[in-house]
Design a protein around this ligand. Structure first.
Ligand SMILES: Cc1cc2nc3c(=O)[nH]c(=O)nc-3n(C[C@H](O)[C@H](O)[C@H](O)COP(=O)(O)O)c2cc1C
Length: 149
């Protein structure tokens, strides 16, 4: 059974809800979904034989929320080489900000630097366009499942 580790960064809870929804859907589709709580994620180095899913909103001016920032900083400073890691990314943002979806873009750039490969292109979900980011995320998940199942 394929295992998917899921990390989320949120300020107001939307990205967490999206992550929980996708975890449930992945379980239903026969994956083992491991949703990491923020206090579990700090030193988490994604195993290369498992999939990684990151769901994060953007705060401040293109910044990562406080509950995923320590993980990001830790991975950036230890810089493990992860050429066999496959990942998918979901960003929540608001296109009225110039720094639209800055957080997920930072995560994408970092993972790419570490040699990891996106299995499908990241999705950026705009709060101006939808009040239900989990619906768009579930659509995107179909592509992720097709590419990894
Ligand atoms: C103080 C504040 C700063 C924000 N900064 C950005 C930003 O720089 N870029 C962006 O795309 N969205 C930004 N947003 C919008 C949030 O990312 C968006 O509303 C998101 O859906 C919130 O998800 P969450 O509930 O998981 O935190 C900001 C929102 C607030 C309240």
């Amino acid at each position: 059974m394929k295992k998917v580790n899921i990390l989320f960064g949120t300020v107001y809870g939307s990205a967490q809800y999206v992550a929980e929804t996708l975890a449930a859907e992945l379980q239903e589709q026969g994956y083992q979904a491991n949703l990491l709580a923020p206090d579990e994620n700090v030193d988490f180095v994604p195993p290369e034989n498992e999939l990684l899913l990151v769901v994060t909103s953007t705060t401040g001016q293109g910044d990562l929320p406080d509950n995923i920032l320590p993980w990001f900083e830790s991975i950036r400073s230890t810089a493990p080489y992860l050429p066999n890691l496959k990942y998918g990314l979901i960003g929540l943002g608001d296109s009225s900000y110039e720094t639209y979806c800055g957080a997920i873009k930072q995560v994408d750039a970092l993972l790419e630097e570490l040699g990891a490969k996106a299995v499908v292109e990241r999705i950026e979900i705009d709060a101006i366009e939808t009040m239900e980011p989990e619906i768009e995320a579930q659509e995107w998940l179909k592509g992720f499942i097709n590419a990894t199942g």
